[in-house]
Ligand binder design. Sequence first.
Ligand SMILES: [Zn+2]
Length: 224
Amino acid sequence: MPKFIDIHTHNQTTEENTLKIINAPQVHGSFGQASGLFSLGLHPWYLDKNTFENDFQTLEQSSKNQNIIMIGECGLDRNIDVNFEFQKEVFIRQIQLAEHLQKPVIIHCVRAFPDIISIKKKIQPSVPMIIHGFNNNLQIYQQLIEHQFYISLGSALLNPNSNASKVIKMIPKEKLFLETDDKNCTISSIFALASAYSNAPIEILQEIIINNFNRIFSNQNLET
Ligand SMILES: [Zn+2]
């Protein structure tokens, strides 16, 4: 088992001792990757009402692939022009797909946490839901934990005064993940910062995240 797990990245290059879940590029045509672990979903930024039904069908087909171990990133974003009700509808369809496939969901959320929470309350999926790139205030953090979300922290840890850097100490260890997302940094550097802010030796942090990874993917036959 590699030491570092990067739960969400857009960077396909291999890193030593690292297992990464690569966010597969937007679905147009079928998913053709042969090796590696991926997440696949319809990101709110690229939603298009005209192509949605087709895109969703492609996603449904492709996400059966065993290399696709999570659905997403998908979610809600209030900073974009895409109709918000449409975003919600698409997000709900993807949670239902994830539930059907029994694969976790990796979530993109901008200024829409109450909506994400109320959708989770309504649908009550059994699959883990991971908020990626969390960097929000304590109140939002508490609501997410109360509703059993997993929290993944990334490049916000580069700023010692960020919400992410402050909140990391509090995150229950069974809910924590780390990521590089689309940033130009290594997962080992994110682990080093996370270790410093949480006062946990890096080896302990590695073990915590490997355990979380193994637990949430225990139903999938991963060759790691
Ligand atoms: Zn991303």
